[in-house]
Design a protein around this ligand. Structure first.
Ligand code: PAF
Length: 303
């Protein structure tokens, strides 16, 4: 594996394989690797001839200075893990390399950025993500780029970006990797105290409670969400949002009449966590919306 810090050097390194028609996979990351990142890298490794992993804690997408300062960083450990996964190039640019003096361009995606994370973290969050992702796609020109499904809205935004700007790349969204107790893996989990780590499990429990309610036949979104919110409240976790949406558009649903995505974000202590669960409609169990939330929330969970 070669660690590269300069844009020109990465372009040069990839020119040969590209000429030879070899496929290039890019895994954009902000480092602090966990099994979620490694699952993206492994997928890239099985599907592409050349694997590039970018490691850049992008200051432009942080809306809070404290969040940026606290973001875990350990390049040496990440490099060891990447080497073990047979990554070809680890691209670790500095902030000056990515945003040199005079940098004045923002790539901004409309509509799908306006709600949820966009509303809570501010417009600049997704502008920061889409600007850096556009740069990374331009720098590496990969055939495929891999993103984690935990950041469901980000995945929708990046797909929109690639389509709207005709960027010739396939965007692959890979499944969320979880701890055995259901907590979605996140680089931020290391910032949780033992008590917060315990309470953080409620996010996945809440998503599962809502999925179980839908599975049991609940079709009213308010009632299905109430099953999840009950789980959060029991753990003393107040969500920034807990919403049921149509997957491709992120448009909230009132009546559940097709496959949806349950989205949650909450602060546990000082740490903000997000998670989601795709919910597939089981049409055999459709029942009247007048049935109680209680019954829905006590339905046995699938996981
Ligand atoms: O998901 C992330 O880690 C980041 O948002 C990304 C896509 C690497 C852009 O900085």
């Amino acid at each position: 594996m070669r660690t590269i810090r300069a844009i020109a050097e990465l372009r040069q390194a990839l020119a040969g394989p590209r000429r030879e028609g070899r496929s290039i996979g890019l895994v954009p990351t902000m480092g602090a690797f966990h099994e979620g990142h490694l699952s993206l890298i492994r997928r890239a490794r099985t599907e592409c001839d050349v694997v590039v992993v970018s490691l850049f804690v992008n200051p432009a997408q942080f809306n809070e200075e404290a969040d940026l300062a606290a973001y875990p960083r350990d390049e040496r450990r990440d490099a060891e893990l990447a080497e073990r996964e047979r990554v070809d190039y680890l691209f670790v640019p500095s902030a000056e390399e990515m945003y040199p003096a005079g940098f004045a361009t923002t790539v901004s995606v409309g509509r799908v950025t306006e709600m949820f994370e966009g509303a809570h973290r501010g417009r600049s969050h997704f502008d920061g993500v889409t600007t850096v992702v556009t740069k990374l796609l331009n720098i590496a020109s990969p055939h495929v780029a891999y993103f984690g499904g935990k950041d469901a809205q980000q995945a929708v935004v990046v797909q929109r970006l690639a389509r709207d700007l005709d960027i010739p790349v396939r965007i692959e969204v890979c499944p969320t990797v979880r701890e055995p107790d259901g907590l979605a893996l996140s680089s931020r989990n290391v910032l949780l105290s033992p008590d917060e780590r315990n309470r953080a499990r409620a996010l996945h429990r809440a998503l599962r409670a809502t999925a179980s309610a839908v599975d049991a036949g609940e079709r009213d979104a308010v009632a299905a969400k109430a099953a999840g919110v009950t789980e959060l409240e029991a753990a003393g976790v107040r969500p920034d949002y807990f919403e049921l949406v149509r997957a491709p558009t992120l448009e909230p649903v009132n009546r559940i009449d097709g496959d949806i995505l349950a989205l949650v974000a909450a602060r546990v202590g000082a740490v903000r966590l997000i998670d989601n669960e795709p919910i597939t409609l089981n049409t055999n169990h459709a029942r009247s919306p007048s049935k109680s939330n209680h019954r829905a929330s006590t339905t046995p969970r699938r996981s």
